[in-house]
Design a protein around this ligand. Structure first.
Ligand code: ADP
Length: 664
C-alpha cells in the first residue's frame, strides 16, 4: 500500500468512526436502546413467565448491572435499581431454576474502559495524526505535496542497474573518443585538480534525434562506474513561475559526486532569453538563470559532469555555451554504412537471427536510418517473425503434421525476409492487407501507374539511384511506394541529382496524367517533397538563376518575437523572384517527367500488368523488365526549360534534403 493510499484509508476510517459516534444511532445509543428494551421489571416478568428464554443471569461484582444471556438472542444488560431489587431478582430466578453466575468486574473493566476511550476519542486522534502528517508533507518533507512539486523528478540509474558502456553504442567513434577524457576524469577526479587543471564542466551532445545522445551519456557514466542522473529539460518548465528554478536547485542538491547529470532537450529551457512573442517567458528564463548559477556553483563540487543533449544548438542562449559552462560540443551525427552495420550487430545480439541474415546488407538497405530506427527495425523483425512462425505452426497443426515435422519446418529464428519487412514497417508503417483486399481495381491501377512513374523517371536519368523495390501494398503511411537506394552513403548532392529527385517525385502524377488521364490526391506528399528540395536549391544552395543567395526560412525561426521585430531581410522583389524560380524548377521537372513517360508508354503498360499481378517488384525483377524492353538505365541528362530561358549550369554543393523514395 502506498503512503498516499494509507493516508486516505486512515482518514476514511476516522471519519466513519466519528460519524458513527456522533450520530444518534451510534455505539452509545445502541447500548442505551438495549437497556431500554429490557427494564428491571421486564426482566422479573421474563424470569417468572418465560424462564426457558434465559440462559443465565450474570451478576457483575461490585456493580448494579446484570447481564442477561438469552437463548438465541443477543445478551442485554439490565440495571438493577437497588440492593433489595437485586435480592428479589435472585429469589425469583432461583425459584424458576434460572442459572446465575457472578463475574468479577475487574477482569475486563480496564479493557472495556480502554475500548470505550478508543471508540470515543480514537477518530479524533487519528484525524489529528493525519493532519499533522499532511502539514509535515506540505512543508517539504519527502513525498509531500509541495516537496513533490519542487522535486526535480530526476531519475537516478545506478551504474550496476541497466548499465551501458561504450560497447553498447556504435556509429559514433569520434564522439566516443572525445568522451573518453571525461570518463578518465570521472574515474579519478582528484588527479586533474592535483595537477592544477580545471575539470570539464558541461558537455553538449549535438545531433539529430535517435542517434544515441542519451545512450552515450549513460555509457560515460557506465564506463566510469558512477551514478547517472537524467532529466528532460521540459520537466523544469512549469506553469508556476519559480518551480523550474527550484527543480534545478533540487537536481544539483540531489547529485552526489562523482556522477553524471544529463539534461535532455536542453533547448526547451536553454533558448536565448528575450525570444518568443512578447519578448520572453518568465518561467523559462528564471529556470535558465538558475541553471547558469548552478553550473557556476558546482565548480566547487568536483566530480560532477553535466551533460546535455539538443538538436538545436543554434537556438541556445550564448551564456549557456560560453567557456566554463557547456563549452564542449560533441557531434553525434547519423551513422554511415559501417556505423549502421555495427548498430545492427549490437541490436541483433539479443535476437535469434537466421544464419543468412547479414548486418552489412541490412545497413546498405537503411541509408539515413538513426540508431533508434535501427533498433526499431530489429524489434519489428522479431515481431514479424513471431507472428509468421505462429501462423505456420497453426497451419501445419491443422494439416495434421507431427510435432517433429513442424519443428523441422519452422526454425524459431528471424529471417532476412522478416528483417526486410521490419525495414518497411519502420519506413512506411504496418502493411494493411485488409485494405489491399478492399481496394477497387481502379484504385490499384492508379497506384500502380503512379509508382511505376516514380521508378521509370528515376531509372532513366543519370542522377538516379538504382530502384530496389516498387510496391502497391498499402501501408499505414502510404498506398504504395518506390524505393531507390544509393550504392554508398552520400554527403553531397549535385544539382543534377537534386533535379532527378524532384523529377522522380513528380513522375507519379505525370504517369497518371499521361497514361490514365486522372488527377487525384495521391501526389500531395510528392509535391511537398519536390517543393522543399526546389526551395532549398534556390534559397540555400545557390542552384538557380538568382545565383549564390542565402535566405533563411522563417518556418525554422524559433525566435518569433525577434523575427517579427527584425524581419526576414528579404525584399518583395527578391521574394517574388524566389517564388518564380521554385515554380520554374518544379514545373520544368514535371513537364520533363511527362515527356519521359509518354516516350515509354508501352513499357509502362506492360510493367503495370506485372505489378498488379505480383503487388511488389524487387530490384532484380525490375531490372529484368527493363532489359526485356531494351531500356538502359541512367542514360539521360536533365534539361529543364525555365520560361524559355536557358537552364542553369551544374553548380553548387550542399546538404541534401531527407528522403529518397517516391510515395503515394
Ligand atoms: P537521442 O538521445 O539521440 O535522441 P537515444 O540515445 O535516446 O537517442 O536513442 C534511443 C535508442 O536508440 C537507444 O536506447 C538505443 O537502443 C538506440 N540507439 C540510438 N543510437 C544508437 C547507437 N549509436 N548505437 C546503438 N544503439 C543506438
Amino acid at each position: 500500500m502506498t503512503k498516499r493510499t494509507f493516508f486516505w484509508v486512515v482518514a476514511v476510517i476516522a471519519v466513519f468512526l466519528l460519524v458513527g459516534n456522533l450520530t444518534p444511532g451510534g455505539n452509545t445509543s445502541k447500548a442505551q436502546q438495549a437497556t431500554k428494551q429490557l427494564t428491571f421489571s421486564d426482566l422479573n416478568h421474563m424470569v417468572s413467565d418465560d424462564p426457558q428464554q434465559i440462559k443465565a443471569l450474570v451478576f457483575v461484582n461490585g456493580s448494579n448491572e446484570v447481564i442477561v444471556e438469552q437463548n438465541g438472542k443477543p445478551d442485554v444488560t439490565v440495571t438493577v435499581p437497588d440492593q433489595g431489587g437485586k435480592q428479589t431478582l435472585i429469589n425469583n430466578a432461583a425459584s424458576h431454576n434460572v442459572a446465575m453466575q457472578v463475574k468479577d468486574q475487574s477482569s475486563d473493566s480496564g479493557w472495556q474502559t480502554f475500548l470505550a476511550l478508543l471508540i470515543n476519542f480514537g477518530p479524533f486522534l487519528i484525524l489529528i495524526l493525519f493532519f499533522m502528517m499532511m502539514m509535515k508533507g506540505m512543508q517539504g518533507g519527502a513525498g509531500g505535496a509541495v516537496g513533490k512539486i519542487i522535486s526535480s523528478g530526476a531519475q537516478q540509474a545506478r551504474p550496476d542497474a541497466d548499465r551501458k558502456t561504450f560497447a553498447d553504442v556504435a556509429g559514433c567513434d569520434e564522439a566516443k573518443q572525445e568522451l573518453t577524457e571525461i570518463v578518465d576524469y570521472l574515474r579519478e577526479p582528484g588527479l586533474l585538480s592535483f595537477l592544477g587543471g580545471r575539470p570539464p564542466r558541461g558537455v553538449l551532445l549535438v545531433g539529430p534525434p535517435g542517434n544515441g545522445k542519451t545512450l552515450l551519456a549513460k555509457a560515460v557514466a557506465g564506463e566510469a562506474n558512477v551514478p547517472f542522473y537524467s532529466i528532460s529539460a521540459s520537466q523544469f518548465v512549469q506553469m508556476f513561475v519559480g518551480v523550474g528554478a527550484a527543480r534545478v536547485r533540487d537536481l544539483f542538491t540531489q547529485a552526489t559526486p562523482p556522477c553524471v547529470i544529463f539534461i535532455d532537450e536542453l533547448d526547451a529551457v536553454g533558448r536565448q532569453r528575450g525570444s518568443g512573442i512578447g519578448g520572453g517567458h518568465d518561467e523559462r528564463e528564471q529556470t535558465l538563470n538558475e541553471l547558469l548559477v548552478q553550473i557556476d556553483g558546482f565548480g566547487a563540487k568536483s566530480g560532477i559532469i553535466l551533460m546535455a543533449a539538443t538538436n538545436r544548438p543554434d537556438v541556445l542562449d550564448p551564456a549557456l555555451v560560453r567557456p566554463g559552462r557547456f563549452d564542449r560540443q560533441v557531434l553525434v551525427d547519423q551513422a554511415d554504412v559501417n556505423g549502421r552495420e555495427a548498430i545492427f550487430r549490437i541490436h541483433m545480439r539479443s535476437k535469434k537471427a537466421a544464419p543468412d541474415v547479414d548486418a552489412r546488407e541490412l545497413a546498405r538497405l537503411t541509408p539515413g536510418f538513426s540508431g533508434a530506427e535501427i533498433e526499431g527495425v530489429c524489434n519489428e523483425a522479431a515481431t514479424v517473425a513471431a507472428r509468421r512462425i505462429r501462423e505456420q505452426i497453426a497451419q501445419m497443426r491443422k494439416d495434421r503434421k507431427s510435432e517433429q515435422e513442424i519443428n523441422a519446418a519452422t526454425p524459431r529464428e528471424i529471417t532476412r525476409a522478416d528483417f526486410a519487412e521490419g525495414i518497411d514497417r519502420v519506413q512506411m508503417g504496418v502493411a494493411r492487407t485488409s485494405r489491399a483486399k478492399s481496394m477497387s481495381r481502379d484504385d490499384m491501377e492508379n497506384t500502380s501507374i503512379h509508382e511505376l512513374g516514380h521508378a521509370l523517371v528515376n531509372t532513366l536519368l543519370k542522377g538516379g539511384d538504382p530502384v530496389t523495390k516498387i510496391t502497391i501494398m498499402p501501408r499505414a503511411r502510404a498506398l504504395g511506394f518506390t524505393q531507390s537506394l544509393p550504392e554508398g552513403d552520400r554527403y553531397n548532392y549535385t544539382r543534377g541529382q537534386l533535379l532527378t529527385r524532384i523529377m522522380m517525385a513528380m513522375g507519379g502524377r505525370a504517369a497518371q496524367e499521361v497514361l490514365l488521364g486522372t488527377v487525384d490526391t495521391g501526389a500531395q506528399n510528392d509535391f511537398k517533397q519536390a517543393y522543399q528540395i526546389a526551395k532549398r536549391m534556390v534559397t540555400e544552395f545557390g542552384m538557380s538563376r538568382l545565383g549564390p543567395i542565402h535566405v533563411s526560412d522563417d518556418s525554422y525561426e524559433p525566435f518569433l518575437g525577434r523575427a517579427m521585430a527584425v524581419g526576414s531581410g528579404t525584399g518583395p522583389e527578391l521574394a517574388n523572384a524566389i517564388d518564380r524560380e521554385i515554380q520554374c524548377i518544379v514545373n520544368g521537372c514535371f513537364e520533363q517527367a511527362k515527356k519521359l513517360i509518354a516516350d515509354h508508354k508501352d513499357f509502362m503498360l506492360a510493367a503495370n500488368q506485372d505489378l498488379l499481378k505480383s503487388e511488389t517488384l524487387l530490384g532484380p525483377e525490375w531490372n529484368a523488365l527493363l532489359t526485356k524492353h531494351g531500356i538502359v538505365p541512367s542514360q539521360l541528362d536533365i534539361t529543364i526549360d525555365c520560361d524559355g530561358k536557358p537552364a542553369c549550369h551544374e553548380c553548387g554543393r550542399g546538404d541534401a534534403p531527407e528522403g529518397s523514395e517516391g510515395t503515394r
